[in-house]
Design a binder for this molecule. Structure first.
Ligand SMILES: Nc1ncnc2c1ncn2[C@@H]1O[C@H](COP(=O)(O)OP(=O)(O)OP(=O)(O)O)[C@@H](O)[C@H]1O
Ligand SMILES: [Mg+2]
Length: 462
Protein backbone atom coordinates (compact mmCIF):
# COMPACT_ATOMS: atom_id res chain seq x y z
CA UNK A 1 0.00 0.00 0.00
CA UNK A 2 1.33 3.47 -0.91
CA UNK A 3 2.05 6.21 1.64
CA UNK A 4 -0.63 8.78 2.42
CA UNK A 5 1.86 11.33 3.77
CA UNK A 6 0.72 14.34 1.71
CA UNK A 7 -2.97 14.11 2.52
CA UNK A 8 -4.68 16.75 4.63
CA UNK A 9 -6.65 15.60 7.73
CA UNK A 10 -9.87 16.77 6.05
CA UNK A 11 -9.18 14.65 2.99
CA UNK A 12 -8.28 11.68 5.23
CA UNK A 13 -11.65 12.03 6.92
CA UNK A 14 -13.32 12.14 3.51
CA UNK A 15 -11.42 9.02 2.52
CA UNK A 16 -12.65 7.26 5.64
CA UNK A 17 -16.27 8.17 4.82
CA UNK A 18 -15.87 7.12 1.19
CA UNK A 19 -14.23 3.81 2.15
CA UNK A 20 -17.18 2.96 4.39
CA UNK A 21 -19.53 3.66 1.51
CA UNK A 22 -17.72 1.61 -1.11
CA UNK A 23 -16.87 -1.25 1.20
CA UNK A 24 -20.54 -1.94 1.85
CA UNK A 25 -21.19 -2.41 -1.88
CA UNK A 26 -20.68 -6.02 -3.02
CA UNK A 27 -22.22 -5.71 -6.48
CA UNK A 28 -19.20 -5.13 -8.74
CA UNK A 29 -20.96 -3.03 -11.41
CA UNK A 30 -22.55 -0.76 -8.82
CA UNK A 31 -19.30 -0.58 -6.87
CA UNK A 32 -17.35 0.57 -9.95
CA UNK A 33 -19.91 3.30 -10.65
CA UNK A 34 -19.74 4.39 -7.03
CA UNK A 35 -15.90 4.51 -7.09
CA UNK A 36 -15.96 6.45 -10.31
CA UNK A 37 -18.49 9.01 -9.07
CA UNK A 38 -16.61 9.46 -5.80
CA UNK A 39 -13.28 9.90 -7.61
CA UNK A 40 -14.74 12.54 -9.97
CA UNK A 41 -16.31 14.46 -7.08
CA UNK A 42 -13.30 14.21 -4.79
CA UNK A 43 -10.86 15.45 -7.42
CA UNK A 44 -13.23 17.82 -9.24
CA UNK A 45 -12.64 16.03 -12.50
CA UNK A 46 -14.92 16.30 -15.52
CA UNK A 47 -14.57 12.78 -16.81
CA UNK A 48 -13.32 9.53 -15.40
CA UNK A 49 -12.65 5.94 -16.35
CA UNK A 50 -12.02 2.77 -14.49
CA UNK A 51 -10.05 0.17 -16.39
CA UNK A 52 -9.70 -3.37 -15.17
CA UNK A 53 -7.80 -6.46 -16.15
CA UNK A 54 -10.24 -9.37 -16.31
CA UNK A 55 -7.57 -11.94 -15.64
CA UNK A 56 -3.82 -11.85 -15.01
CA UNK A 57 -1.92 -10.87 -18.15
CA UNK A 58 -4.99 -9.52 -19.98
CA UNK A 59 -5.15 -5.95 -21.33
CA UNK A 60 -6.72 -3.20 -19.27
CA UNK A 61 -10.26 -2.72 -20.51
CA UNK A 62 -12.64 0.15 -19.81
CA UNK A 63 -15.25 -1.00 -17.31
CA UNK A 64 -16.79 2.37 -16.39
CA UNK A 65 -16.68 5.70 -18.17
CA UNK A 66 -18.53 8.53 -16.46
CA UNK A 67 -18.85 12.29 -16.74
CA UNK A 68 -19.13 14.76 -13.90
CA UNK A 69 -22.94 14.65 -14.02
CA UNK A 70 -22.85 10.88 -13.33
CA UNK A 71 -23.83 10.19 -16.94
CA UNK A 72 -22.07 7.52 -18.90
CA UNK A 73 -19.56 9.02 -21.34
CA UNK A 74 -20.71 8.52 -24.90
CA UNK A 75 -17.26 8.34 -26.40
CA UNK A 76 -15.10 6.45 -23.95
CA UNK A 77 -12.22 6.71 -26.41
CA UNK A 78 -11.82 10.46 -25.91
CA UNK A 79 -8.99 9.93 -23.46
CA UNK A 80 -5.26 9.76 -23.52
CA UNK A 81 -4.48 6.10 -24.09
CA UNK A 82 -0.74 6.83 -23.85
CA UNK A 83 -1.15 7.96 -20.23
CA UNK A 84 -2.96 4.75 -19.35
CA UNK A 85 -0.32 2.63 -21.11
CA UNK A 86 2.37 4.39 -19.13
CA UNK A 87 0.62 3.68 -15.83
CA UNK A 88 0.14 0.07 -16.80
CA UNK A 89 3.78 -0.40 -17.77
CA UNK A 90 5.37 1.48 -14.89
CA UNK A 91 2.81 0.63 -12.25
CA UNK A 92 3.25 4.24 -11.12
CA UNK A 93 0.80 7.17 -11.12
CA UNK A 94 0.97 9.74 -13.92
CA UNK A 95 0.08 13.38 -13.51
CA UNK A 96 -0.07 15.87 -16.40
CA UNK A 97 -0.96 19.15 -14.88
CA UNK A 98 -1.34 21.68 -17.69
CA UNK A 99 -1.48 20.15 -21.11
CA UNK A 100 -1.82 23.51 -22.95
CA UNK A 101 1.61 24.46 -21.55
CA UNK A 102 3.28 21.36 -22.91
CA UNK A 103 5.82 21.85 -25.67
CA UNK A 104 4.98 20.41 -29.12
CA UNK A 105 5.66 16.65 -29.09
CA UNK A 106 5.15 16.35 -25.34
CA UNK A 107 1.40 16.55 -25.87
CA UNK A 108 0.09 13.41 -27.50
CA UNK A 109 -2.26 13.50 -30.49
CA UNK A 110 -5.25 12.47 -28.39
CA UNK A 111 -4.52 15.20 -25.80
CA UNK A 112 -4.66 17.78 -28.56
CA UNK A 113 -7.55 16.19 -30.44
CA UNK A 114 -9.81 15.88 -27.39
CA UNK A 115 -8.65 19.23 -26.01
CA UNK A 116 -7.65 17.70 -22.70
CA UNK A 117 -6.38 20.18 -20.11
CA UNK A 118 -5.18 18.05 -17.21
CA UNK A 119 -4.90 14.28 -16.59
CA UNK A 120 -4.31 12.13 -13.53
CA UNK A 121 -4.13 8.36 -13.64
CA UNK A 122 -3.25 5.95 -10.80
CA UNK A 123 -2.91 2.16 -10.71
CA UNK A 124 -5.41 -0.03 -8.89
CA UNK A 125 -3.96 -2.87 -6.85
CA UNK A 126 -5.13 -6.02 -5.22
CA UNK A 127 -2.58 -7.83 -3.06
CA UNK A 128 0.26 -5.80 -4.53
CA UNK A 129 -0.72 -6.80 -8.05
CA UNK A 130 -1.87 -4.31 -10.66
CA UNK A 131 -5.46 -5.04 -11.54
CA UNK A 132 -6.47 -1.79 -13.21
CA UNK A 133 -6.34 2.00 -13.20
CA UNK A 134 -8.39 5.05 -12.32
CA UNK A 135 -8.15 7.76 -14.96
CA UNK A 136 -9.47 11.33 -14.56
CA UNK A 137 -9.22 14.37 -16.83
CA UNK A 138 -10.53 17.88 -17.35
CA UNK A 139 -11.31 19.59 -20.64
CA UNK A 140 -12.91 22.92 -19.87
CA UNK A 141 -12.38 24.21 -16.36
CA UNK A 142 -9.33 26.06 -15.35
CA UNK A 143 -8.79 23.47 -12.61
CA UNK A 144 -5.62 21.49 -13.07
CA UNK A 145 -4.70 18.44 -10.99
CA UNK A 146 -1.94 18.98 -8.40
CA UNK A 147 0.80 16.86 -6.79
CA UNK A 148 -1.19 16.37 -3.59
CA UNK A 149 -4.08 15.06 -5.69
CA UNK A 150 -1.85 12.16 -6.73
CA UNK A 151 -1.29 11.00 -3.15
CA UNK A 152 -4.98 11.44 -2.38
CA UNK A 153 -6.12 9.52 -5.48
CA UNK A 154 -3.54 6.78 -4.76
CA UNK A 155 -4.89 6.37 -1.23
CA UNK A 156 -8.41 6.32 -2.64
CA UNK A 157 -7.30 3.74 -5.27
CA UNK A 158 -5.85 1.53 -2.52
CA UNK A 159 -9.22 1.45 -0.78
CA UNK A 160 -11.00 0.97 -4.08
CA UNK A 161 -8.66 -1.93 -5.00
CA UNK A 162 -9.57 -3.77 -1.80
CA UNK A 163 -13.29 -3.14 -2.33
CA UNK A 164 -13.05 -4.36 -5.95
CA UNK A 165 -11.19 -7.52 -4.88
CA UNK A 166 -13.85 -8.18 -2.23
CA UNK A 167 -16.70 -7.67 -4.70
CA UNK A 168 -14.99 -9.94 -7.24
CA UNK A 169 -14.55 -12.67 -4.62
CA UNK A 170 -18.18 -12.24 -3.60
CA UNK A 171 -19.25 -12.44 -7.25
CA UNK A 172 -17.21 -15.61 -7.75
CA UNK A 173 -18.70 -17.19 -4.62
CA UNK A 174 -22.18 -16.24 -5.77
CA UNK A 175 -21.48 -17.72 -9.17
CA UNK A 176 -20.11 -20.92 -7.61
CA UNK A 177 -23.09 -21.02 -5.30
CA UNK A 178 -25.56 -20.65 -8.15
CA UNK A 179 -23.65 -23.30 -10.10
CA UNK A 180 -23.61 -25.57 -7.10
CA UNK A 181 -27.33 -25.12 -6.48
CA UNK A 182 -28.02 -25.80 -10.13
CA UNK A 183 -25.75 -28.84 -10.09
CA UNK A 184 -27.40 -30.14 -6.92
CA UNK A 185 -30.83 -29.59 -8.49
CA UNK A 186 -29.72 -31.35 -11.69
CA UNK A 187 -28.22 -34.27 -9.79
CA UNK A 188 -31.31 -34.53 -7.60
CA UNK A 189 -33.55 -34.58 -10.66
CA UNK A 190 -31.32 -37.22 -12.29
CA UNK A 191 -31.35 -39.32 -9.14
CA UNK A 192 -35.10 -38.96 -8.86
CA UNK A 193 -35.51 -40.15 -12.44
CA UNK A 194 -33.15 -43.07 -11.92
CA UNK A 195 -34.98 -43.96 -8.74
CA UNK A 196 -38.28 -43.88 -10.59
CA UNK A 197 -36.85 -46.10 -13.32
CA UNK A 198 -35.52 -48.48 -10.70
CA UNK A 199 -38.88 -48.68 -8.96
CA UNK A 200 -40.62 -49.34 -12.29
CA UNK A 201 -38.05 -51.98 -13.26
CA UNK A 202 -38.44 -53.64 -9.87
CA UNK A 203 -42.23 -53.56 -10.22
CA UNK A 204 -42.02 -55.13 -13.68
CA UNK A 205 -39.63 -57.79 -12.43
CA UNK A 206 -41.89 -58.58 -9.50
CA UNK A 207 -44.94 -58.80 -11.75
CA UNK A 208 -43.11 -61.03 -14.20
CA UNK A 209 -41.86 -63.25 -11.40
CA UNK A 210 -45.34 -63.51 -9.93
CA UNK A 211 -46.79 -64.27 -13.34
CA UNK A 212 -44.24 -67.04 -13.79
CA UNK A 213 -44.86 -68.56 -10.39
CA UNK A 214 -48.59 -68.33 -11.01
CA UNK A 215 -48.39 -69.95 -14.42
CA UNK A 216 -46.11 -72.67 -13.14
CA UNK A 217 -48.29 -73.30 -10.12
CA UNK A 218 -51.42 -73.34 -12.27
CA UNK A 219 -49.91 -75.54 -14.93
CA UNK A 220 -48.53 -78.12 -12.54
CA UNK A 221 -51.69 -78.05 -10.45
CA UNK A 222 -53.87 -78.37 -13.52
CA UNK A 223 -51.81 -81.20 -14.95
CA UNK A 224 -51.75 -82.96 -11.63
CA UNK A 225 -55.49 -82.57 -11.22
CA UNK A 226 -56.19 -83.77 -14.75
CA UNK A 227 -53.75 -86.66 -14.37
CA UNK A 228 -55.24 -87.77 -11.06
CA UNK A 229 -58.77 -87.48 -12.45
CA UNK A 230 -57.84 -89.59 -15.44
CA UNK A 231 -56.08 -92.23 -13.37
CA UNK A 232 -58.98 -92.55 -10.95
CA UNK A 233 -61.61 -92.55 -13.65
CA UNK A 234 -60.82 -95.98 -15.12
CA UNK A 235 -60.76 -98.04 -11.92
CA UNK A 236 -63.76 -96.03 -10.79
CA UNK A 237 -65.65 -97.19 -13.87
CA UNK A 238 -65.01 -100.87 -13.05
CA UNK A 239 -65.80 -100.25 -9.40
CA UNK A 240 -69.15 -98.76 -10.44
CA UNK A 241 -70.12 -101.67 -12.67
CA UNK A 242 -68.89 -104.17 -10.06
CA UNK A 243 -71.03 -102.49 -7.46
CA UNK A 244 -74.03 -102.73 -9.83
CA UNK A 245 -73.44 -106.40 -10.42
CA UNK A 246 -72.84 -107.01 -6.74
CA UNK A 247 -76.15 -105.33 -5.82
CA UNK A 248 -78.05 -107.32 -8.41
CA UNK A 249 -76.41 -110.61 -7.32
CA UNK A 250 -77.06 -109.74 -3.72
CA UNK A 251 -80.77 -109.12 -4.42
CA UNK A 252 -80.95 -112.49 -6.19
CA UNK A 253 -79.35 -114.33 -3.23
CA UNK A 254 -81.75 -112.58 -0.87
CA UNK A 255 -84.82 -113.53 -2.93
CA UNK A 256 -83.64 -117.14 -3.25
CA UNK A 257 -83.21 -117.27 0.50
CA UNK A 258 -86.67 -115.86 1.10
CA UNK A 259 -88.18 -118.52 -1.25
CA UNK A 260 -86.32 -121.47 0.29
CA UNK A 261 -88.02 -123.47 3.05
CA UNK A 262 -85.11 -125.68 3.87
CA UNK A 263 -83.33 -123.23 6.06
CA UNK A 264 -86.37 -121.57 7.61
CA UNK A 265 -86.10 -120.55 11.21
CA UNK A 266 -82.97 -122.55 11.73
CA UNK A 267 -80.03 -121.02 13.56
CA UNK A 268 -77.90 -121.07 10.44
CA UNK A 269 -80.59 -119.13 8.55
CA UNK A 270 -80.47 -116.44 11.25
CA UNK A 271 -76.71 -116.17 10.85
CA UNK A 272 -76.96 -116.02 7.05
CA UNK A 273 -79.55 -113.25 7.23
CA UNK A 274 -77.31 -111.23 9.60
CA UNK A 275 -74.40 -111.58 7.18
CA UNK A 276 -76.61 -110.47 4.30
CA UNK A 277 -77.75 -107.39 6.24
CA UNK A 278 -74.13 -106.48 6.89
CA UNK A 279 -73.30 -106.96 3.21
CA UNK A 280 -76.20 -104.69 2.25
CA UNK A 281 -74.89 -102.05 4.65
CA UNK A 282 -71.41 -102.34 3.14
CA UNK A 283 -72.83 -102.09 -0.35
CA UNK A 284 -74.69 -98.85 0.52
CA UNK A 285 -71.54 -97.21 1.98
CA UNK A 286 -69.43 -98.40 -0.95
CA UNK A 287 -71.93 -96.89 -3.37
CA UNK A 288 -71.81 -93.59 -1.46
CA UNK A 289 -68.00 -93.73 -1.54
CA UNK A 290 -68.08 -94.32 -5.30
CA UNK A 291 -70.43 -91.37 -5.65
CA UNK A 292 -68.05 -89.15 -3.67
CA UNK A 293 -65.07 -90.26 -5.76
CA UNK A 294 -67.02 -89.42 -8.95
CA UNK A 295 -67.81 -85.97 -7.60
CA UNK A 296 -64.18 -85.32 -6.74
CA UNK A 297 -63.01 -86.47 -10.14
CA UNK A 298 -65.58 -84.24 -11.84
CA UNK A 299 -64.60 -81.32 -9.64
CA UNK A 300 -60.92 -81.91 -10.40
CA UNK A 301 -61.61 -81.92 -14.13
CA UNK A 302 -63.73 -78.81 -13.92
CA UNK A 303 -61.18 -77.12 -11.76
CA UNK A 304 -58.30 -77.73 -14.11
CA UNK A 305 -60.32 -77.05 -17.27
CA UNK A 306 -57.30 -78.05 -19.33
CA UNK A 307 -59.40 -79.10 -22.27
CA UNK A 308 -61.12 -75.71 -22.66
CA UNK A 309 -60.25 -72.48 -24.43
CA UNK A 310 -58.75 -69.69 -22.30
CA UNK A 311 -61.80 -67.43 -22.01
CA UNK A 312 -65.20 -69.02 -21.55
CA UNK A 313 -68.57 -68.02 -20.13
CA UNK A 314 -69.02 -70.06 -16.97
CA UNK A 315 -71.30 -70.42 -14.00
CA UNK A 316 -69.27 -68.98 -11.13
CA UNK A 317 -71.31 -70.91 -8.55
CA UNK A 318 -70.08 -74.12 -10.15
CA UNK A 319 -66.53 -72.95 -9.65
CA UNK A 320 -67.19 -72.25 -5.97
CA UNK A 321 -68.91 -75.62 -5.53
CA UNK A 322 -66.04 -77.45 -7.23
CA UNK A 323 -63.58 -75.81 -4.89
CA UNK A 324 -65.76 -76.81 -1.93
CA UNK A 325 -65.83 -80.42 -3.11
CA UNK A 326 -62.07 -80.53 -3.43
CA UNK A 327 -61.49 -78.80 -0.10
CA UNK A 328 -64.00 -80.92 1.79
CA UNK A 329 -61.36 -82.81 3.82
CA UNK A 330 -60.21 -79.45 5.16
CA UNK A 331 -63.56 -78.52 6.68
CA UNK A 332 -65.63 -81.71 6.90
CA UNK A 333 -67.37 -82.15 10.25
CA UNK A 334 -65.82 -79.09 11.82
CA UNK A 335 -66.94 -76.14 9.70
CA UNK A 336 -70.44 -75.36 8.49
CA UNK A 337 -70.53 -73.87 5.00
CA UNK A 338 -73.42 -71.49 4.45
CA UNK A 339 -74.13 -70.65 0.82
CA UNK A 340 -76.19 -67.59 0.03
CA UNK A 341 -76.07 -67.57 -3.74
CA UNK A 342 -77.73 -64.72 -5.62
CA UNK A 343 -78.76 -64.69 -9.24
CA UNK A 344 -75.48 -64.42 -11.13
CA UNK A 345 -75.22 -64.19 -14.91
CA UNK A 346 -72.75 -66.50 -16.61
CA UNK A 347 -69.37 -64.86 -16.61
CA UNK A 348 -66.78 -64.83 -19.36
CA UNK A 349 -63.40 -65.43 -17.77
CA UNK A 350 -60.33 -67.60 -17.51
CA UNK A 351 -62.26 -70.16 -15.52
CA UNK A 352 -59.31 -72.17 -14.26
CA UNK A 353 -57.79 -68.98 -12.88
CA UNK A 354 -60.99 -67.75 -11.26
CA UNK A 355 -61.39 -71.22 -9.69
CA UNK A 356 -57.91 -70.81 -8.30
CA UNK A 357 -59.10 -67.63 -6.54
CA UNK A 358 -62.04 -69.45 -4.92
CA UNK A 359 -59.75 -72.30 -3.95
CA UNK A 360 -57.19 -70.03 -2.27
CA UNK A 361 -59.80 -67.96 -0.42
CA UNK A 362 -61.76 -70.97 0.86
CA UNK A 363 -58.53 -72.76 1.84
CA UNK A 364 -57.40 -69.66 3.79
CA UNK A 365 -60.80 -69.49 5.52
CA UNK A 366 -60.55 -73.17 6.57
CA UNK A 367 -57.00 -72.65 7.81
CA UNK A 368 -58.01 -69.58 9.81
CA UNK A 369 -60.56 -71.54 11.87
CA UNK A 370 -58.81 -73.30 14.74
CA UNK A 371 -59.52 -76.97 15.47
CA UNK A 372 -62.15 -77.40 18.14
CA UNK A 373 -63.97 -74.19 17.29
CA UNK A 374 -67.46 -74.26 15.85
CA UNK A 375 -66.46 -72.98 12.45
CA UNK A 376 -68.53 -71.14 9.91
CA UNK A 377 -67.77 -70.13 6.32
CA UNK A 378 -70.29 -67.86 4.69
CA UNK A 379 -70.27 -67.53 0.92
CA UNK A 380 -72.52 -64.86 -0.50
CA UNK A 381 -72.90 -63.85 -4.14
CA UNK A 382 -74.89 -60.99 -5.67
CA UNK A 383 -74.96 -58.47 -8.48
CA UNK A 384 -74.56 -54.92 -7.18
CA UNK A 385 -74.31 -51.87 -9.45
CA UNK A 386 -73.08 -53.67 -12.56
CA UNK A 387 -70.65 -55.67 -10.50
CA UNK A 388 -70.57 -59.31 -9.51
CA UNK A 389 -69.82 -59.48 -5.79
CA UNK A 390 -68.57 -62.65 -4.16
CA UNK A 391 -67.91 -62.48 -0.44
CA UNK A 392 -66.22 -65.32 1.41
CA UNK A 393 -66.38 -64.82 5.17
CA UNK A 394 -65.19 -66.91 8.10
CA UNK A 395 -65.28 -66.79 11.88
CA UNK A 396 -61.60 -67.63 12.17
CA UNK A 397 -58.73 -65.92 13.96
CA UNK A 398 -58.96 -62.75 11.86
CA UNK A 399 -56.08 -60.50 10.78
CA UNK A 400 -54.35 -57.88 12.95
CA UNK A 401 -54.48 -54.25 11.83
CA UNK A 402 -50.70 -54.41 11.48
CA UNK A 403 -50.79 -57.39 9.07
CA UNK A 404 -53.86 -56.37 7.08
CA UNK A 405 -52.03 -54.01 4.67
CA UNK A 406 -49.44 -56.74 3.91
CA UNK A 407 -51.52 -59.84 3.24
CA UNK A 408 -51.54 -59.36 -0.56
CA UNK A 409 -47.75 -58.96 -0.69
CA UNK A 410 -46.07 -61.94 -2.37
CA UNK A 411 -44.40 -64.10 0.24
CA UNK A 412 -46.25 -62.68 3.24
CA UNK A 413 -47.39 -65.52 5.48
CA UNK A 414 -48.07 -66.00 9.17
CA UNK A 415 -48.22 -69.77 8.75
CA UNK A 416 -44.52 -70.46 8.97
CA UNK A 417 -42.20 -70.95 6.01
CA UNK A 418 -42.77 -74.65 5.63
CA UNK A 419 -46.56 -74.40 5.92
CA UNK A 420 -47.54 -71.49 3.67
CA UNK A 421 -45.78 -69.94 0.67
CA UNK A 422 -47.57 -66.64 1.20
CA UNK A 423 -48.40 -66.54 -2.51
CA UNK A 424 -52.09 -67.47 -2.35
CA UNK A 425 -53.49 -63.99 -1.90
CA UNK A 426 -50.99 -62.27 -4.20
CA UNK A 427 -52.01 -64.70 -6.93
CA UNK A 428 -55.70 -63.99 -6.23
CA UNK A 429 -54.99 -60.28 -6.40
CA UNK A 430 -53.27 -60.61 -9.76
CA UNK A 431 -55.97 -62.83 -11.28
CA UNK A 432 -58.81 -60.57 -10.15
CA UNK A 433 -56.91 -57.54 -11.44
CA UNK A 434 -56.38 -59.25 -14.80
CA UNK A 435 -60.14 -59.64 -15.01
CA UNK A 436 -60.61 -55.91 -14.36
CA UNK A 437 -61.87 -56.52 -10.84
CA UNK A 438 -60.80 -55.80 -7.28
CA UNK A 439 -60.32 -57.90 -4.19
CA UNK A 440 -60.64 -56.49 -0.74
CA UNK A 441 -60.20 -57.82 2.80
CA UNK A 442 -62.04 -56.76 5.93
CA UNK A 443 -60.95 -58.30 9.14
CA UNK A 444 -60.60 -57.85 12.85
CA UNK A 445 -58.31 -59.96 14.97
CA UNK A 446 -60.31 -62.58 16.86
CA UNK A 447 -63.52 -61.83 14.97
CA UNK A 448 -62.97 -63.40 11.55
CA UNK A 449 -62.48 -62.06 8.04
CA UNK A 450 -64.41 -61.33 4.87
CA UNK A 451 -62.74 -61.32 1.45
CA UNK A 452 -64.81 -59.63 -1.25
CA UNK A 453 -64.18 -60.00 -4.97
CA UNK A 454 -65.81 -57.51 -7.31
CA UNK A 455 -65.82 -58.35 -11.02
CA UNK A 456 -67.22 -55.98 -13.62
CA UNK A 457 -70.33 -57.25 -15.40
CA UNK A 458 -69.66 -57.70 -19.07
CA UNK A 459 -71.89 -56.45 -21.82
CA UNK A 460 -74.29 -59.09 -23.00
CA UNK A 461 -73.62 -61.39 -20.06
CA UNK A 462 -76.61 -63.32 -18.86
N1 LIG B 1 -59.29 -65.84 6.00
C1 LIG B 1 -58.18 -65.46 6.65
N2 LIG B 1 -58.19 -65.31 8.00
C2 LIG B 1 -57.08 -64.90 8.64
N3 LIG B 1 -55.90 -64.63 8.05
C3 LIG B 1 -55.83 -64.77 6.73
C4 LIG B 1 -56.95 -65.19 5.95
N4 LIG B 1 -56.58 -65.21 4.66
C5 LIG B 1 -55.29 -64.84 4.63
N5 LIG B 1 -54.83 -64.57 5.87
C6 LIG B 1 -53.49 -64.09 6.23
O1 LIG B 1 -52.83 -63.67 5.08
C7 LIG B 1 -51.59 -64.38 4.93
C8 LIG B 1 -51.30 -64.56 3.46
O2 LIG B 1 -52.23 -65.44 2.87
P1 LIG B 1 -51.80 -66.23 1.57
O3 LIG B 1 -52.95 -67.05 1.13
O4 LIG B 1 -51.24 -65.26 0.59
O5 LIG B 1 -50.60 -67.11 2.04
P2 LIG B 1 -50.63 -68.36 3.02
O6 LIG B 1 -52.04 -68.86 3.15
O7 LIG B 1 -49.92 -67.99 4.25
O8 LIG B 1 -49.75 -69.40 2.22
P3 LIG B 1 -50.28 -70.29 0.96
O9 LIG B 1 -51.51 -69.68 0.43
O10 LIG B 1 -49.16 -70.28 0.02
O11 LIG B 1 -50.52 -71.61 1.54
C9 LIG B 1 -51.80 -65.65 5.68
O12 LIG B 1 -50.58 -66.21 6.13
C10 LIG B 1 -52.65 -65.18 6.86
O13 LIG B 1 -51.88 -64.55 7.85
MG1 LIG C 1 -53.27 -69.21 1.42
Amino acid sequence: MKSTGNITPLRLLTLYEVSRKINSQLNLARLLNEIMDQAIVLLHAEKGLILLRDEPGAELAVRVARAMDKQAVGDAASISRSVIDKVEKSDEPVLIQKIPDLQGAEASKSMVMYKLKSIICVPLHSKEELIGAIYLDTTQSERFFKEEDVAFLEAFANLAGIAIANARTYQEIEHLNANLEQKVAERTAELHLKNQELIEAYQKLRDAQLQLIRQEKMASLGQLAAGVAHEINNPLGSLHSNMDMFTRGFEKVKTALDDSDALSHSASEQKLRQTLDMLQQLSTTSQAACQRISEVVKALRNFARLDEEEFKAVNLHEGIDNSLVLLEPKYRERIRVIKEYGNLPSYRCQAAQINQVFMNLIANACEAIPQGKEGRIHIKTAVENDTICIAIGDNGVGITAENLPRIFDPGFTTKGVKVGTGLGLSICYQIVQDHGGVIQANSEAGQGSVFTIRLPLQEGSG
